[in-house]
Design a protein around this ligand. Structure first.
Ligand code: SF4
Length: 240
């Protein structure tokens, strides 16, 4: 894509400034409240006009994640919208399969992520021409080769912008510490990557940073589908 050539060597700040200027209110940032994402919030707060910021509340998050949301709200005067799953879909899933059925099969795990994450994401991106993520290319084997600008076919071909694609974990920590950005205190307790509480555990010394996410699955499956290249899988309700 031409934009990747044009912004080769540019900073994350320059990428975000371009995105905000180009897309205005048709740009949105999907903030997971992870380390990278709080760094992006800090970068966005320095722009003359920040884009929409939204957060997906799956209903299964750790208390520390909500504390992070509150701390960010206090620190920055940026509105952060929350999107919840459709309650009918959650009720149907839990009534059919049980509250923790995601441990049983990959299919049930993906169905839970589809209800609690993918559908709310699609709703949050309605009307957007571009969205921002905090993805980094060295976070996971599934993210190797990640570029700063991608076409997101899973969401109608809009532009997906990954300003931290070439940042290292050390660089991300350096930014957060230097600017005293509020972050999830679970990061200090062995949780380099934080998702839903029942699907995230602490990792040990030397373990991969994504090892604690869906730890019962093999590495190539360790994605919830938010960053899939193709259109989202159907939820159980849609396949009936
Ligand atoms: S991470 Fe776990 S609890 Fe969260 S939506 Fe996916 S399967 Fe459900």
């Amino acid at each position: 894509m031409d934009l990747n050539a044009r912004f080769k060597g540019a900073s994350a700040e320059q990428v975000l400034a371009f995105a905000a200027e180009t897309f205005g209110n048709r740009l949105a940032f999907a903030c997971s409240l992870g380390l990278e994402d709080v760094a992006v919030v800090d970068l966005l707060s320095r722009l003359p006009r920040a884009p929409r910021i939204f957060f997906l509340d799956t209903g299964r998050l750790n208390p520390e994640t909500y504390d992070t949301l509150s701390a960010l709200r206090r620190r920055y005067s940026l509105p952060i919208e929350t999107y919840f799953p459709r309650h009918e879909a959650v009720e149907a899933y839990v009534n059919s399969h049980g509250p923790n059925a995601f441990y049983q099969t990959l299919e049930l795990r993906k169905a839970c992520c589809a209800i609690r994450k993918l559908e709310p994401l699609s709703r949050a991106l309605t009307g957007a021409d571009a969205w921002i993520t905090g993805l980094r290319s060295d976070q996971a084997p599934t993210r190797t080769g990640l570029e700063r600008f991608e076409i997101d076919n899973a969401h109608g071909g809009i532009l997906k912008i990954n300003p931290l694609a070439d940042w290292s974990l050390e660089q991300t920590w350096a930014h957060v510490r230097q600017h005293e950005v509020p972050y999830n205190r679970l990061h200090d307790q062995g949780f380099p990557s934080i998702g839903c509480a029942p699907c995230t555990r602490a990792v040990g010394p030397g373990e991969d940073i994504r090892a604690g996410r869906w730890w019962w699955e093999t590495p190539e499956h360790k994605e919830c589908g938010l960053h899939a290249k193709d259109p989202s899988p159907k939820t159980p309700q849609e396949t009936r």
